[in-house]
Design a protein around this ligand. Structure first.
Ligand code: DHB
Length: 389
């Protein structure tokens, strides 16, 4: 079997890459070890930057996000018992974010790829990429018990934070791994309840951070900072609602049946370079951000926006310059998102063992940021995301 681009991973990066390449007349095959049901049913974040939505609309996969996505023009930061609105529309010239769950984006991309005759192989196993330093890299995999081989011109490693493709970039030369661990996790719930707030609320509290988000009129997404050792069993429904009401005091938290609980672990990670030979890494295979600020999926989309154009130029004209410059083109946005996610995380979370000085310094930082238009603008511009080039 032959294709132009072999894509490992049917997450946001892999599926969007395949979709964008198709728009440029470039063929690809997407492989994933997960089933279509798993991919379409796994709950992740739900905030799309303006540029992500614009790209979806411009390339014909934006119908549902436009119909059911909720446009938000601000967020609230709560600290010291008071709310402080960050008005995105006013601070960024009318830009905003759209609340639309990641797995809905994946459903839209899968449906469009299949409608366009795209080749996505779900539920494969033993995926192995070979010969990435040659002109003819290969992806071996097993489908329905049959060993297969995919000959490619280029390979994209879009296989998420549990990537196997990243390991093909030799470390420590040229690959440098930049890591940061955080001493906390998020406990996330989905509840059948009315909305507690018109906009997302990011709450700083001495007990720890809390986030009030939403999925629809009737389904709400809420998070609590917890100890990374905590498990779902440690948090009864009563304890969750009581802790949310304590940490987000001043907002009328509306409860209802909780139908999903999970613990999310935090990490910052960047792999540099994001390419080796004819292998190109995108999304979480190359970098991970902590969830505060919801940059993960948006960054994956930004990577493949750059990569798809470089690949299209290579196939149209033989010009490798865009491919050669992929890492240096994509990395500055990755590091800006790393900084923003780290900044939001460290400003809003209770750091275990923090002194009184640390706590007051944090509150002073929140005060500085929210009281100054320049501070609010910095936060707003980063939250809505910088436009693609
Ligand atoms: C959500 C997740 C985030 O990380 C965030 O900053 C805001 C919202 C969410 O899942 O709704």
């Amino acid at each position: 079997m032959r294709t132009q681009v072999g894509i490992v991973g049917a997450g946001p990066a892999g599926l969007m890459l395949s979709h964008l390449l198709h728009q440029h007349g470039v063929e690809s095959v997407v492989l994933d070890i997960r089933t279509r049901e798993e991919i379409e049913g796994t709950i992740r974040a739900g905030v799309l930057e303006q540029s992500t939505v614009d790209l979806m609309v411009e390339t014909g996969v934006g119908e549902r996000v436009k119909q059911v996505g909720m446009v938000h023009h601000g967020i609230e930061l709560r600290f010291g018992g008071r709310g402080h609105r960050i008005d995105f529309a006013d601070l960024t010239g009318g830009r905003g974010v759209t609340i639309y769950p990641q797995h809905e984006v994946l459903k839209d991309l899968i449906a469009q790829r299949l409608a366009d005759g795209g080749d996505i192989r779900f539920g494969v196993s033993d995926v192995q990429v070979e010969d990435v330093t040659s002109d003819r890299p290969r992806v071996r995999f097993t489908q329905d018990g049959v060993a297969q081989q995919l000959e490619c011109d280029l390979v994209a490693g879009c296989d998420g934070s549990r990537t196997t493709t990243r390991a093909l970039v030799p470390a420590p030369n040229p690959r440098q791994d930049h890591f940061r661990q955080y001493p906390f996790a998020w406990f996330g719930i989905l509840a059948e309840a009315p909305r507690s707030s018109d906009e997302l609320v990011y709450a700083h509290h001495p007990n720890g951070f809390a986030l009030v988000s939403t999925r629809s009129e009737t389904v709400q997404r809420l998070y609590l900072q917890v100890d990374p050792q905590d498990s779902v069993e440690d948090w009864s429904d009563d304890r969750i609602w009581s802790e949310l009401r304590t940490r987000v005091a001043g907002v009328d938290i509306k409860d209802g049946p909780i139908f999903d609980k999970s613990v999310l672990h935090f990490r910052s990670f960047v792999c540099e370079p994001m390419q080796y030979g004819r292998l190109f890494l995108a999304g979480d295979a190359a970098h991970t951000v902590p969830p505060t600020g919801a940059k993960g999926m948006n960054l994956a989309i930004a990577d493949v926006h750059v990569l798809s154009r470089a690949m299209a130029r290579f196939f149209a004209t033989g010009d490798r310059s865009g491919l050669d410059a992929y890492t240096e083109t994509a990395l500055p946005r990755v590091w800006r998102a790393q900084h923003f996610s780290w900044w939001m995380t460290s400003m809003l979370h209770r750091i275990p063992g923090a002194s009184g000085f640390d706590l007051h310094r944090q509150l002073a930082e929140l005060d500085t940021v929210t009281r100054s238009r320049a501070g609010r603008t910095l936060l707003a511009e980063n939250y809505v995301g910088t436009p693609f080039d």
